[in-house]
Design a binder for this molecule. Structure first.
Ligand SMILES: [Zn+2]
Length: 464
């Protein structure tokens, strides 16, 4: 595989440190609210990466941290009078539900910050022993001036970093605007833990360095996140990890571009802010959102619009229609269709090759939809023998191991709807076409589409 490495600013051949095994770290959610679709743009892309690595034969060990102690959480606790657990537990649960809804494969480890205080304290101890920290009013800071390699990932001149006013939003006193808190001294009413540096709590950047060290070792292959994580978060992770171990932290850094809504940055004040749950409440199909989020290359901005979601829904419908048709149209037809079989091999190879080319998703989806179209044509001509269907099913299964779009959710048909279909069939038999049409319209208004064929009436649920 070839991937774009933010650190070198070029496309590189991907070679993990340990042959055949990819160790990968992903910055996870801060659990004080429901994740929004911009967050899921990153998580869905990281799922694509993970699944593409597996398609290319790698074993993957992925770690995603759960930030369950942070300023936003503390603000929520204060505003709503909640304990730390009360403020975070519902959103941790919601996060995992949302991952399942979007068919995001589970990482191997989801460490929580509050379960790893000891590891974080040990890491700070190492940095302190190496002279990279200083104390100011009960908090401990990382001294950027003592770490020469700072700024390599984001390629920012020191001058630019210094001029940024919003480098760190906390109100503690620092020697240098770039310096960041490793350990924040306790303040009244805030949760805190004992440490050799006094009572307090860890800085946000620290947890990723401590968790990756614990679960993936001093040096590992891949670190992912959104572009807004590059500076300062990922720069600070590098400073902490390499500062403590003296070894290279991460070989390949990958970052996804932002998600826009109607070509604008998503924000609550603009009224263009959506969580996954908002879209589900409006009746949208989660697979359509997954397809929409997947379909733009990760290094390009994705523009979410309801038109684009409708477009993804109709593309998904093409896949579902084919799946339903293949289920319906079982055959024992013998023989072979070599032209079709060759086509299947070519498109399967194109799919894999595209993903290996820095996750070229357009190329991969192109292969899938050409195969969908050609299968319809072969079915129309009754030229799809059993052997070709089996070959096709295997190819689609392999593709769907990456896309996770084909499998349809279990549809339970209300007894009432079933009864209506029976009544409509009876009305047609007794030539009461007005009644038959009325029932058809009623079902359609409930999102159930009917198709009459010589073998009887089939129905399908309209997506989205
Ligand atoms: Zn992180």
């Amino acid at each position: 595989m070839r991937i774009y490495n933010t650190l070198s600013r070029r496309i590189e051949e991907f070679e993990p440190l340990e042959p055949g095994h990819v160790r990968m770290y992903t910055c996870g959610p801060t659990v004080y609210d429901y994740a929004h679709i911009g967050n899921f743009r990153s998580y869905v892309w990281e799922d694509l990466l993970r699944r593409a690595l597996k398609l290319h034969g790698y074993r993957v060990t992925q770690v995603m941290n759960i930030t369950d102690i942070e300023d936003k959480i503390i603000n929520k606790m204060a505003e709503e009078g909640l304990t730390l657990d009360e403020a975070t537990a519902p959103f941790i649960e919601a996060f995992f539900e949302d991952l399942d809804t979007l068919r995001i494969e589970r990482a191997e480890h989801y460490p929580r910050a509050t379960d790893h205080l000891q590891e974080m304290i040990e890491l700070i101890g190492k940095l302190r022993d190496r002279g990279l920290t200083y104390d100011s009013k009960g908090s401990l800071y990382f001294r950027i001036a003592a770490f020469e390699a700072y700024g390599r990932l984001s390629n920012l001149e020191n001058r630019q970093i210094l001029s940024g006013v919003s480098v760190d939003s906390d109100e503690y006193e620092k020697d240098d605007a770039r310096d960041f808190a490793l350990w924040k001294g306790v303040r009244p009413g805030e949760p805190s833990w004992p440490s050799p540096f006094g009572e307090g709590r860890p800085g946000w950047h620290l947890e990723c360095s401590a968790m990756s060290l614990e679960y993936l070792g001093e040096s590992f292959d891949l670190h992912t996140g959104g572009v807004d994580n590059i500076f300062p978060h990922h720069e600070n992770e590098i400073a902490q990890s390499e500062g403590a171990t003296g070894k290279p932290f991460v070989k390949y850094w990958m970052h996804a571009a932002h998600l826009l809504v109607d070509n604008e940055k998503m924000s609550k004040s603009k009224g263009n802010f959506y969580t996954l749950r908002d879209l589900l409440e409006r009746g949208h199909e989660p697979r359509a959102l997954r397809l929409l989020l997947l379909a733009t290359h990760y290094r390009s901005q994705t523009n979410f619009t309801f038109d684009a979601l409708a477009q993804s829904t109709s593309e998904l419908q093409r896949i579902d229609d084919l799946t339903a048709r293949l289920e319906r149209d079982q055959t024992t037809q013998a023989g072979s269709n070599e032209t079709f079989d060759t086509k299947v091999d070519e498109e399967a190879a194109e799919f894999e090759r595209s993903l290996g080319d820095d996750l070229n998703i357009s190329g991969a989806l192109g292969a899938v939809f050409r195969l969908v179209r050609d299968t319809h044509v072969a079915l129309d001509k009754h030229e799809l023998p059993k052997s070709s269907r089996e070959k096709l099913a295997a190819a689609f299964a392999r593709m769907d191991g990456v896309l996770a779009l084909f499998e349809r959710p279990e549809v339970v048909l209300d007894e009432e709807i079933e009864a209506l279909i029976v009544r409509r069939t009876e009305a047609r038999k007794s030539r009461d076409f007005a009644e038959a049409d009325r029932i058809r319209d009623e079902l359609e208004s409930r999102g159930i589409l009917l198709e009459d064929s010589p073998d009887g009436t089939i129905w399908k649920r309209r997506l989205g």
